[in-house]
Design a binder for this molecule. Structure first.
Ligand code: UD1
Ligand code: MG
Length: 462
């Protein structure tokens, strides 16, 4: 089978500068989902009709080697004009061509497989060659969709677009889902005979069905398993609804694979995220981009994990953010921690309350439990970073690195001014401002001495 994706349209109803099919669902362009469906069908010959913002749309299809692009000169020409634009893709094809609208991201792969099967069954048992099979559904409110008109035998006579439908036709609840299997030679025999719609001036692909039926070709409709599969995303509210459907589908799959999702209505996990099993996701969590969540990880309420890896047994306490970073086994992060810019947190380390870690490499069993900023630093195993410690990595012009050895103790409220090196087993007394290297095993203290004036306090207060 070959597949043709229609993605040239403007999407006027989106009221957007951006082409409709580029608007995102769970951070992926809508048409990416259509592409995935086609890929899951193992279809090798894929073509996409592009027009409006063609270059941007092309970028969605990563494996361009397998995908051919055809340019529709007039992206307002209509869906049949789009199919004609790709005529070189299917003119000589002697089998069924899957034509799929770029704005139907909710169709299931299995449904299209079932359509293929239905065509074979009809051929085998009824001895009928179908010229087209149209994905359809009965919708309580079919407004905006093409209505499917059938004869007494249940064959499709025509599809009437909303704009052209009579009052009676508008009462029909069976709608065209915008996914078709066309027997290519029969499509070819009608496609150049279509007349533009008087209402819009567009060439409608649905008009091809009417012509096929007039020529005595047999066209049928095929009921989608779920109503929502036929949904065309034509405005931003439909986009929001489609996003919810896809979001819940992802969560359902993850839950059935053995992960706990608390309050799924509040959880956002994007398609590229991988959960390895027995993961526990609390309410309000977002897992964004290419993230890998290891076995037994718990991600606490309200946390955001983006393009990051959390290894086995990691605990992310509530309201923490981990971006572009790697947290190793059984480390604990948060609550209210922020880890970013390619940081690595070692095994069983603890990055606690209001601690920010930026572009730093933290060893194993390191503790930084309260109110610290660690930027551009390398910190050895078992080092302790006290409350309120700040690594001053920026001198107003450039960023500098700090190197801290193993088993170092950095007392609370110290300021470590980079570039600097603190040797292993060095000890920084609390409240120190350190701008010189400290060698292995030494103690550094840099703070004013305390002066005690006997009785002076009470004197001032009375
Ligand atoms: C279309 C169908 C309608 C069906 C509905 C299902 C037609 C005439 N109507 O209507 O029967 O119920 O889908 O969702 O086909 N496109 C192009 N070039 C164009 C116009 C559109 O490539 O000139 C692409 C769009 O990018 C889009 C797809 O075709 O991905 C469908 O176009 P759209 O304008 O959304 O058609 P609908 O009005 O929704
Ligand atoms: Mg549409």
């Amino acid at each position: 089978m070959r597949a043709l994706i229609l993605a040239a349209g403007l999407g006027t109803r989106f009221r957007s500068e951006k082409a409709k099919v580029l608007h995102t669902i769970m951070n992926k362009p809508m048409v990416w989902y259509v592409y995935q469906i086609v890929r899951e069908l193992n279809i090798r010959d894929i073509a996409v009709v592009v027009g409006h913002q063609a270059e941007e749309v092309k970028k969605v299809f990563e494996e361009k080697e397998n995908v051919l692009f055809f340019y529709q000169k007039n992206p307002k020409g209509g869906t049949a004009d789009a199919v004609i634009s790709a005529i070189d893709f299917w003119r000589d094809y002697q089998d069924y061509l899957l034509v799929i609208n770029g704005d139907t991201p909710l169709v299931k792969t299995q449904t299209i497989k079932n359509m293929q099967r239905y065509i074979h069954l009809v051929e085998e048992y009824e001895n009928v060659k179908l010229s087209a099979l149209i994905l359809s559904s009965f919708l309580p409110d079919p407004t905006g969709y093409g209505r499917i008109v059938k004869d007494d035998q249940g064959n499709v006579i025509k599809i009437v677009e909303e704009k052209d439908a009579s009052f009676e036709e508008k009462q029909i609840k069976e709608i065209n889902g915008g996914v078709y299997l066309f027997y290519s030679p029969h499509l070819l025999s009608v496609i150049f005979s279509l007349k533009p719609s008087p209402a819009s001036g567009e060439l409608y692909l649905t008009e091809a069905i009417n012509l096929m039926s007039k020529r005595g070709y047999i066209v049928r409709s095929f009921m989608a398993e779920e109503q929502v599969e036929v949904m065309g995303v034509n405005n931003r509210w439909e986009l929001a609804i489609a996003e919810n459907v896809i979001r819940l589908r992802i969560l359902e799959k993850l839950a059935k694979e053995g992960n706990t999702i608390h309050q799924p209505e509040t959880v956002w996990i994007e398609p590229d995220a991988k959960l390895e099993s027995d993961v526990e996701i609390e309410p309000g969590v977002a897992i964004i981009g290419n993230s890998r969540i290891g076995k037994g990880v718990r991600v606490g309420r309200g946390s955001i994990i983006q393009n990051s890896t959390l290894e086995e047994g990691v605990i992310v306490e509530p309201y923490s953010i981990v971006r572009d970073s790697h947290v190793k086994s059984r480390a604990v992060v948060g609550p209210f921690a922020h880890i970013r810019n390619q940081s690595v947190i070692g095994e069983e380390s603890h990055i606690g309350n209001f601690v920010e870690v930026k572009a730093s490499n933290i060893g194993n069993h390191v503790n930084a439990k309260h109110l610290a900023y660690i930027g551009d630093a390398t910190i050895g195993n078992r080092t302790n970073v006290g409350a309120g410690v700040v690594f001053a990595n920026y001198d107003g012009k450039r960023k500098h690195q700090s190197y801290v050895g193993e088993n170092v103790f950095i007392g609370s409220n110290s300021l470590i001014i980079a570039p600097i090196q603190l040797g292993s087993y060095s000890y920084i007394a609390g409240g120190s401002v350190i701008n010189k290297n400290v060698e292995e095993g030494d103690l550094a203290i840099a703070r004013p001495r305390v002066r005690i004036m006997k009785g002076k306090g009470k004197e001032k207060l009375t």
